[in-house]
Write a protein that binds this ligand. Structure first.
Ligand code: NAP
Length: 296
């Protein structure tokens, strides 16, 4: 039987630590996280609701800010500059992905390292490369938190990451090869130009998939007995559901049942832990700016 790696207990443990840190604040204000986005209907709106709920649950003050004109990158950059200098704001999340003519990397580069709560600015990614992280992408932290909670084989083991985006796959691969205790994995990084997926994955004990292609991982590519952390999140047609769609990961859970040693469900796996990690990162930024605190 394939073990189901639920995100809920991992998220609950993280949220409990975050709540305790905030509750110990005395008369200091609560951490403040601002989520900045274009005023258009985009898939990001779905995440805003989850962020607001999670923030209320742990005691983070959450503001959801539209930047008005959806076609003007300068409006976004100007607002990010203001937030960068606002002492009442600890953490800023920027809608991702952003369509042209927006340049996501330039926009998040306006934020100080601590306030770039999802760790996606060039400065934060560089700090990860030199193993002196400040903020790290929440989804990468979440994938590692799940692997640690369920004691998946990482240290010294052959581990594969599918996807090399700057915001998900690449930072996750960097965390996995880091010298921190419990990681030190031997990582193979796969992408769309990888010729033979099955051959590249052969021998992998743990597989992290961050692609966004439902059904990509089945018995033809996943080695028997591997552990799979499914980060992919796509919407697929499902006439039996009220909205006519459902969420799906990269793995085919039916095909992998009884074949993979363990698998995270989608939804309910990496997703809730990512939001919990985001609140934890916002709270860390707040503690760095408080009495006796300093940015690492
Ligand atoms: P992205 O920017 O589109 O990157 C996808 C990556 O997958 C690229 O590196 C691409 O390679 C690679 N790829 C495409 N086809 C492949 C194949 N057949 N085999 C191996 N690699 C392949 O997407 P992203 O922003 O990194 O997000 C990845 C997935 O994670 C999405 O489904 C997203 O919704 C999900 N996500 C989930 C969470 C969560 O909390 N659960 C958070 C963030 C993102 P190239 O570089 O060659 O194009």
């Amino acid at each position: 039987m394939t073990r189901r790696l639920e995100g809920k207990p991992v998220a609950e443990a993280l949220n409990s630590t975050t709540r305790t840190a905030i509750a110990a604040r005395g008369d200091r204000r609560a951490p403040c996280l601002v989520s900045v986005h274009r005023d258009v209907d985009s898939p990001f709106r779905f995440y805003l609701k989850r962020q607001a709920r999670a923030a209320a649950d742990v005691g983070v003050e959450f503001r959801d800010e539209g930047v008005g004109d959806a076609t003007r990158p300068d409006a976004l950059v100007a607002r990010l500059r203001q937030l960068a200098g606002d002492p009442g704001v600890d953490a800023v999340l920027v809608e991702h992905p952003l369509p042209a003519p927006f340049d996501f990397t330039t926009a998040v580069g306006e934020l100080p390292l601590a306030k770039d709560v999802d760790g996606v600015s060039p400065g934060n990614l560089g700090r990860l490369v030199v193993q002196r992280p400040v903020q790290v992408p929440a989804v990468a932290l979440a994938a590692i938190a799940i692997a640690r909670h369920y004691e998946l084989p990482l240290e010294g083991e052959p581990v594969a990451v599918l996807g090399r985006s700057e915001t998900v796959g690449l930072p996750l691969a960097l965390l996995l090869v880091s010298r921190a205790p419990g990681t030190n994995a031997t990582v193979t990084l796969l992408h769309s130009r990888t010729r033979d997926l099955a051959r590249a994955l052969a021998g992998s004990r743990t597989i992290f998939s961050c692609v966004g292609h439902p059904g990509l991982l089945d018995r033809t590519v996943v080695p028997e007995g591997a552990h799979v952390v499914d980060i992919g999140l796509s919407s697929v047609p499902d006439p039996s559901r009220p909205g006519g769609t459902r969420s799906a990961g990269d793995a085919d859970p039916t095909a992998l049942e009884g074949w993979a040693a363990s698998l995270t469900p989608v939804p309910g796996g990496v997703g809730p832990v990512t939001v919990a990690e985001l609140m934890a990162s916002a709270t860390r930024a707040w503690s760095w700016s408080g009495p006796g605190g300093r940015v690492p």
